[in-house]
Design a protein around this ligand. Sequence first.
Ligand code: C6P
Length: 404
Amino acid sequence: MALTDLRQQFPILSRMVKGKPLVYFDNAATSQKPQCVIDALTHYYTYYNANIHRGIHTLAEEATMAYEATREAVREFVGAGATEEIIFTRGTTEAINLVAFTWGRQNIGPGDEIIISGMEHHSNIVPWQILCEENHAVLKIIPVTDEGELAIEAFKELLSSKTKLVSVVHVSNSLGTINAVNEIVTAAHLVGARVLVDGAQSAVHLDIDVQKMDCDFFAFSGHKVYGPTGVGVLYGKRELLQDMPVFQGGGEMIKEVTFEKTTFNDLPYKYEAGTPNIADTIALKAALDFISAAGKDQIRLHEAALLAYATARLKTIPGLSIIGEAKDKASLVSFIVKDVHPQDIGVLLDNMGIAVRTGHHCTQPLMKRFGIPGTVRASFALYNNLEEIDVLIAGLGKTIKMLA
Ligand code: C6P
């Protein structure tokens, strides 16, 4: 389907903001939802709302089938070998915490090392910091170059027999850098370390194949792939998930409970305690189907054109510097303007109906690395177009004039 037709499927994009047509460039924070996702939610609540895996009545069976159909759709979306390897979580943050609290507590001990990078989101820093403090392990950081790339040679020097885990972001939410995760996984495995890939920003833009990547864990959020908030995914290799201790205790994750001892359920239910987010999980399948119908190749080409155009036009604005000029970038551009605070730009752009994100983007150490308080970030999705970038550039021109 043509991208112009796909845009029509996002009802929110026809709304006005402050009297102007909405230009939505905050897709890295959360993407907008196509009608099919909104319909899937309404359909579930209208026709077959029920708890899953428990009931024998028709509604429960229909809800269970739809919920498990999403698991199969996710398996295919990330290229996993089996649905047992797909765990539903609330989002990327919970998926990373799940690994830190289970595999991490079992496998990371005093003196062991965890390597993350200087461009991680706080969700891929804090869980490891907590773990290191509790278990007396050491957190090591891969440096970031001036272009906003990972210093791969420095990373390889950090690796040793002490390294137990490497946890890196696939696509930086602040710079747009696409990291060489295949190379990172191969190098980490050579020293026997496990690798978690934070796919929060990559799942929507890149083809994901966890088997080819050979990562041990992969995490992403539904709301950044045109799906609902409140549902995310942890992929883990079956042998790791099988051996890890449980995360939360409660309903559904058990086989048998007595007051003396509880035995736990099989994968993937072992990690899904309590009534899950049924509606949003079911609607996630509609989002993944939408992406595959649009075709990731077409999406990638279109987004690359948006990035190239936005980058070229932004560079013509006096006093504007782009933060993050990696060779390989996803469709996201972060910038600062000399003597102007990013937040002021964001407020004035909002007055023109243009939604961007400003600030540190939950990557404070990265901002410190570049010696800046934050950036203005414009992140593009399949429904954005070149005309909207022209609106941004014109808006920025006016904004800078007003603030200078
Ligand atoms: N980044 C942004 O505006 P959650 O909140 O769990 O869905 O995703 C957390 C997360 C983890 N890793 C990366 C690389 C991310 O970009 C995010 C979310 C949003 O950049 C909100 S802070």
